[in-house]
Design a protein around this ligand. Sequence first.
Ligand code: DOR
Ligand code: ZN
Length: 431
Amino acid sequence: MTAILIRGGRLLDPVNNVDALKDVLLDGGRVAAIDAPGKIKSPGAEIIDAKGLVVAPGLVDIHVHLREPGQGYKETIASGTAAAAAGGFTSVCCMPNTTPVNDSPERTRWMLAPERGASIRVFPIAAATRGSMGESLTEYGSLKAAGAVGVTDDGKPILGEAIMREALTAAARANLPVIQHAEDTRLTGGCSMNAGPLAFRMGLRGMTVEAESGLVERDLRLLAQVKDARAHLHVAHLSTKAALDAVRRARRNGLRVTCEVAPHHFVLNEAAVEGYNTNAKMNPPLRAELDRAAMIEGILDGSVDAIATDHAPHAAHEKEQEFERAPNGITGLETALGLTLSVLHVRHRMPLSRVLSLLSAQPAAVLGLKGRGNLAVGSFADVVIFDPAKKWVFKKENSRSKSKNTPFDGWEMQGEVAITISEGRVVYKKQ
Ligand code: DOR
Ligand code: ZN
């Protein structure tokens, strides 16, 4: 691997409080040197001219569905990580709702094998219960040893109170977070969108806010009962003000709880499903405007720990069905940065360094991904180089994902990725 010298860019590293013109030398898969422009001499290094561009830690997505093993027609680890690289990501954490479910060290290692063809770093999140059936725990210690960075039954909640308490206790011992898909499915059977007047008008059954916030409150009560300081609950794709308020209260009481919000939940509201648009159907569903605005508020005031895409590819023939039959989920890896910059940075004036932190350093911290999400000398050479001012139009036919189920086709995005580098290798270059 040849060394890479990134010259003349604006280095933006939120963790290390850097926002200045710097040259960055990458060597041996790590950040080897950072200095004022023109200072680093490295004969033989490949030169990348980053003048006018931002150089930042590669983005970290702690919630993606890569669909392998078993559903390679929707996505593969190779295609999903290629899409991630095009979106500026250098680390993705993949969910265990594959076929079969990733509930074993063998399957976790299979996902990490070089034969999968990942172009960036993949961190599997393993099932919290066997087969994600919610009945008996998987083996957290050996899953962690195989490379798992968290446990979850994502797609399904861990409903039973006793098993959730056991999961929180065992995960604390292994120093892993329990990631909960907070949906009380006893209240959401047959529902395909957010509950409210729009669902009523469309003739669809709706998921209530309480189905989310009630389970978050239940989990926080259980978390408080676990007498182990390492016990950590992470709320996946939080979508309602009521659930966010519960997280805020618990944190004030000293509980170790974190949460993520997906771009679609702060960019869109339930109106996007009008016309029975299955490319705007996901779980949790797009919510009322009040909840969308509350997600923005929570991001701006620091209550939200991370932005995560919940990239959930599905094939066209699956989405082209009656609304109630179509599967939940939208792709998100190639639109996350553009949407986040458009809405948080441009519309809500959030400083670029805070936006980047929510997409790199903070998610890395939630799952304890060491050496990711920052560009200190010695950390992994995971870099995104992008033009924050450049506007471009996202076209789904240009997506690197195998699936094109996105509500953002034809949308104007702010901020274009030029180059993505994973552990010192260029894995994406804009044509
Ligand atoms: O929209 C969703 N898609 N929500 C989930 O919980 C699962 C996911 C999927 O796997 O497609
Ligand atoms: Zn998910």
